[in-house]
Design a binder for this molecule. Structure first.
Ligand SMILES: NC(=O)c1ccc[n+]([C@@H]2O[C@H](COP(=O)([O-])OP(=O)(O)OC[C@H]3O[C@@H](n4cnc5c(N)ncnc54)[C@H](O)[C@@H]3O)[C@@H](O)[C@H]2O)c1
Length: 366
């Protein structure tokens, strides 16, 4: 049995499936394949079952509310569902929160990944040879593990990008905890031969993104005429990838990637944070013009407010995604311009989702 056979209805256990990328991955998988999905999610503040309403009644979708640090419950899930692939997205993911309170990041991102690896190994060891060979553990990670790249403001020459061989140099508690989890996954592959894959992706944006992150925060604050906070001078560069492009890459790696390999995923869309915010303002100016006759403000970018920079803030990330293109034929479909327009429109059309998630009404009965 090979996991890349299109005829098989694979069972994929996805951790963190109620989050931003996990929910996009589940919607995409249910809508575009015949695979089954077991969503294992603790439902922290960032997990929201409302993001899965469109597929939750599909007979190929199952939900288990479980903390990945709970070994016994994880064992029960493996025994019950017998997955062919594990795709591990569950994580604490917000850098600012990791700076203020790192404990949850150490627990979920490091101890949780360790617990999941061990339960996966126990389950995998007892599979038949065929199933054992076909099994995959795909760990979803970030480009932030590679640290800071030179910025065009203070670097002359050809600017480097992260490749799969770039040494790790994480700067924040978040990226250090993700780097630790990547190392654990590689060790479980090398020591126990667990068939693992790792992907390191750049900044995602798109629908269903929790409104603490730059893109949704900017859109929602702008609609409420609140300040649009921008760190420092706003010249930090990130490589932006539309979430649908990311989840297509993830499914490809999980089913066709080579065991033991790492693949970088990026959008070839390097933008300064201030450019991202101004771009959103321009789209809002066009779609929902801002006219406030009681003040001089007439454009959303009047709301931009520069705030003290984040401690340890990396200045530039950029991904060289040539390996995944060469080996698996993946490349992004969206440019930043098309993706950000779709995203702004989605937030305009889905303000109830935003309202509910912000009010904490994020745990629907399943
Ligand atoms: N968002 C990005 O731009 C980005 C970029 C590259 C990589 N990543 C990685 O992709 C993954 C998903 O990111 P995201 O933006 O969707 O995150 P998110 O914060 O939106 O979602 C995380 C999900 O994990 C769940 N979770 C948290 N702790 C858990 C635990 N202990 N047990 C079970 N579930 C738990 C949450 O309830 C939530 O549903 C993360 O591993 C992140 O590091 C994210």
């Amino acid at each position: 049995m090979k996991p890349n056979s299109q005829n098989l209805s694979l069972k994929i256990l996805i951790t963190g499936g109620a989050g931003f990328i996990g929910s996009a991955l589940i919607r995409h998988t249910i809508n575009n394949t015949n695979y089954s999905v077991i969503n294992v999610d603790k439902l922290t503040y960032a997990g929201n079952l409302q993001s899965l309403i469109s597929i939750r009644d599909n007979p190929r979708y199952f939900f288990e509310q479980v903390d990945i640090c709970d070994a016994l419950k994880l064992k029960g899930i493996f025994d019950k569902h017998k997955p062919d692939i594990v795709m591990h997205l569950a994580a604490e993911s917000h850098v600012d929160r990791s700076i203020n309170e790192s404990g949850a990041f150490i627990n979920t991102n490091i101890v949780g990944t360790y617990t999941l690896l061990e339960q996966t190994r126990n389950y995998w060891t007892n599979l038949s040879t065929d199933k054992k060979d076909a099994f995959r553990f795909h760990h979803i990670s970030t480009d932030e593990v590679y640290g800071d790249l030179p910025h065009p403001n203070n670097f002359k020459g050809i600017l480097p990008s992260f490749t799969e061989k770039t040494p790790y140099a994480p700067s924040s508690p978040y990226s250090a905890s993700k780097a630790s989890s990547d190392h654990l996954v590689r060790a479980w592959n090398r020591t126990y031969k667990l068939p693992t894959l790792i992907t390191n992706c750049s900044n995602n944006y798109g629908p269903y993104h929790f409104p603490e992150k730059l893109v949704p925060l900017t859109i929602l604050n702008a609609l409420e005429r609140k300040p649009l906070p921008v760190y420092g001078k706003g010249n930090q560069i990130r490589d932006w990838l539309y979430v649908e492009d990311h989840v297509r890459a993830l499914l490809l790696v999980a089913t066709k990637g080579k065991v033991g390999e790492t693949y970088n995923i990026g959008g070839y869309n390097e933008k300064q944070n201030i450019e991202v915010v101004k771009n959103i303002c321009l789209i809002l100016d066009e779609l929902v013009p801002y006219k406030d006759f009681s003040s001089n403000f007439s454009n959303y970018d009047n709301l931009i407010t520069f705030v003290n920079d984040r401690p340890g803030h990396d200045m530039r990330y950029a991904i060289d995604a040539s390996k995944i293109k060469k080996d698996l034929g993946w490349e992004p479909k969206e440019t930043f311009e098309t993706g950000i327009r779709k995203t702004v429109k989605w937030y305009l059309d889905n303000q109830m989702w935003c309202k509910n998630i912000l009010e904490g009404e994020n745990q629907l009965e399943h």
